[in-house]
Design a protein. Structure first.
Lengths: 447, 447
């Protein structure tokens, strides 16, 4: 259900042109070393930074890319491919190198998230798959971290599975959420796969199926001590009264109430007063229902006594910026730097490195993109992950990634942490790269 | 990779509260017949209608929902569930009834897309999974059909796999695209699975990897007679000159050129003139690159001589309306209609039917939502698909669905086919439903 299951067909999860180009390269005996760079050109208007996510997972998944006979037969039936090429495909396994930003790295336009260096055919073949993989997690992690920023020290839990785009998004989304710092997820399989704590309360249907809300609350809190009760099926004030009766008078262990609709700030304030007046200061108040980072931020700014947030729809599809203009561009082939002629677009040829410079307080100050073998200042971000087809770095431990994201959030310039658009983080290109670009542009076949 | 692969874990692709509610129902011996309704409350601002899609697929997939021992063991490890309940879960298979709108039906707020009638525990368990399934295809089909409307008789091809949200979205998205009327897809596995023709051209990288654009074009069109050549890697006018040289002077069979960036209208006009002047009227012009329904519509309104469109990003994530506020609500339990008290929300209890009425010209005029056993005027839309756990209707044939969508587009009121917001299509509730709602509201436990 996620992209790694049934991976016999993984090779066919690609765009047709990758395979037709491959056959053309094969036909023309063009298979010298190529480098492709995966990056995006423009920051979505609603983001100040993106969290690069999924690239180390993707780099490892590439090793599972293969074309078993039954899949090759499906291609054969298309009448597009020659037997000798299909034999090459059936023998395919990736033998190249992959450099990646560590997962969870804040990333800006033009910075390579991955660079793939391999025989041309191998490197070309990865394009559509790598883009799909990195796009999803990067888009979702970059949205989720905004919820974390808005909620401050209150936990944010993912309730979004039902409106995420299919099962793979729902499962790998939880991976991105764990990296981004969410406290838990309602998604059982996602949480189990990626070790994010499972959280859940009850649906309105549970209350409605009972003839009596009190009986429903009683049954649920007896079965699940410390549980959260959804109090707004009929009237949240009446719901809270019942919670008080059960917790104070009957001694049941109720951990929290949840409000899911209406004026959440007012209801939370009223509920807090009711609970406190009954001596139930320990019962927490959770809210959900159409939340996004702006609503979370407003609720807290209004002083609403809210202890945690359940967020679904807006985060699950990253509704305000559901896509990123990721590109996978050939930057070098057969020892020669390559470039598409795109007037106005800042494309640079050749293998690269990204250097992150800090100020005296340790805050990120600016990035500089250099040629790969150029010495820069600060910390070089791209790391080798796959060498000659084999991993050369431990698989990312999501708990480490999560801590690193928290550290990055402390070190990003303050304005970038705002929910509203800030000035761009400075990213510069080295003089050597600029000179290389000019010389390649001069030599472009059609200039 | 799509939701149906590795379906041993399908049961765990759910929200935790479904399972905790189930155990509570089990504990309370609450398992009488329940009906849940799957519908949405509000039309996204950017849509005049939605195409309901995925519901018949989902209804059939429910029959594969099961909990093998190794999955139950994962739940056991959570320390939330009792052994006797887990035994019930291990024996689970769906035995209820499901009514659906036929796939591809234009649907409006409050109209049930599915109604599930089953023992409460079975019906509750389906919530998160059905929502995830129907949400994805409905959101994607409803966006894709707008491309088809904008492009008129020109073919629209899906190029979106790389920026769709994961593999399941990319694969089932092609299913939705086929229903919506797209002409083809670049997505190999998606196209093979859902029988949509595969289309593809070449990437800029193919041209860049060659030292000479002409050599690249020549090699590709020799290998793939009738192919499409991407002419804008360096300069589209120069690219078209080379196409002319190959097609006219060397007699190669070139089917089309593709323009992927810059001013597409101007470049298309220039290219058309160049090609026509060379007597190459038969070479078509395809465009791609950041297209959506509005740009397609503008290009055609400007008279750009374009023969087909490749659309990716905006369609692949339905960027302007990537989510729908689908809800799965309990409307009847143990013979009693049920309702959540939601002031201002038009929720209605009980089993329902949707009747679509036509005017004298056969155009859809209005819909009326009635009680299920009420006689209405026009055509009843909800059909039984699963009875007592078994299919009672043939699986949807996507070629039929596609034809039905085309017919629906002819019969929808003209203003709804506009890309800009039109007046709402009229949907009324029967007097009997209104009376039922009032009586249930009067009897709500907490009123």
């Amino acid at each position: 259900m996620d992209i790694a299951s049934n991976n016999d067909a993984l090779g066919l999860l690609t765009d047709l042109y990758e395979l037709t180009m491959l056959q053309a390269y094969w036909h023309e005996s063009m298979n010298e070393t190529a480098t492709f760079s995966l990056f995006f050109r423009e920051m979505p208007l609603q983001r100040n930074f993106m969290l690069a996510c999924g690239q180390e997972y993707a780099a490892r998944l590439v090793r599972q890319l293969h074309f078993p006979a039954e899949q090759v037969d499906r291609l054969k039936a298309l009448d597009l491919f020659q037997d000798a090429f299909l034999e090459w495909l059936q023998d395919f396994h990736f033998q190249g190198d992959i450099h990646c930003l560590p997962e969870g790295t804040p990333v800006f336009p033009h910075e390579p998230i991955m660079e793939i260096t391999a025989p041309l055919m191998e490197a070309q073949l990865l394009e559509s798959l790598l883009m799909n993989l990195v796009h999803l997690e990067t888009v979702l992690a970059s949205k989720a971290v905004r919820m974390v920023l808005a909620a401050g020290d209150r936990p944010v839990v993912d309730f979004g599975m039902r409106r995420m785009h299919g099962s793979d998004a729902a499962l790998r989304g939880v991976r991105a959420y764990r990296a981004a710092g969410l406290a838990g997820t309602s998604n059982v399989l996602g949480g189990l796969q990626h070790d994010l704590p499972l959280r859940g309360t009850m649906a309105h249907a549970y209350i409605q199926a009972h003839d009596d809300e009190l009986a429903a609350f009683r049954a649920y809190s007896r079965l699940y001590p410390g549980t959260t009760l959804l109090v707004d099926t009929y009237d949240s004030r009446g719901g809270v009264d019942k919670v008080i009766r059960l917790a104070r008078d009957e001694g049941l262990d109720i951990g929290a109430i949840r409000l899911d609709s209406g004026n959440l700030a007012k209801q939370a304030l009223d509920a807090r007063r009711q609970l406190d007046a009954a001596g139930l200061e320990s019962i927490r108040i959770l809210v959900s229902g159409g939340l996004d980072e702006y609503r979370i931020s407003r609720l807290l700014a209004e002083g609403a006594p809210i202890d945690g947030f359940g967020v679904g729809t807006s985060m699950g599809a990253a509704s305000d910026a559901p896509t990123l203009d990721l590109a996978y561009k050939l930057t070098e082939y057969a020892g020669r730097p390559r470039l598409k002629n795109s007037p106005g677009k800042q494309l640079f040829p050749g293998l690269k490195q990204v250097w992150r410079q800090r100020d005296a307080q340790g805050r990120y100050q600016q990035d500089r993109i250099t040629a790969r073998d150029e010495q820069g200042e600060g910390q070089p971000l791209l790391q080798p992950v796959i060498r000659a087809g084999a991993p050369c770095r431990e698989a990312p431990d999501l708990s480490v990634t999560r801590r690193q994201v928290a550290t990055h959030l402390e070190k990003l310039p303050e304005p970038l942490l705002s929910l509203t658009p800030s000035e761009c983080y400075p990213v510069q290109f080295s003089e050597r790269l600029k000179a290389l670009r000019e010389s390649v542009l001069q030599e472009l076949p059609d200039n």
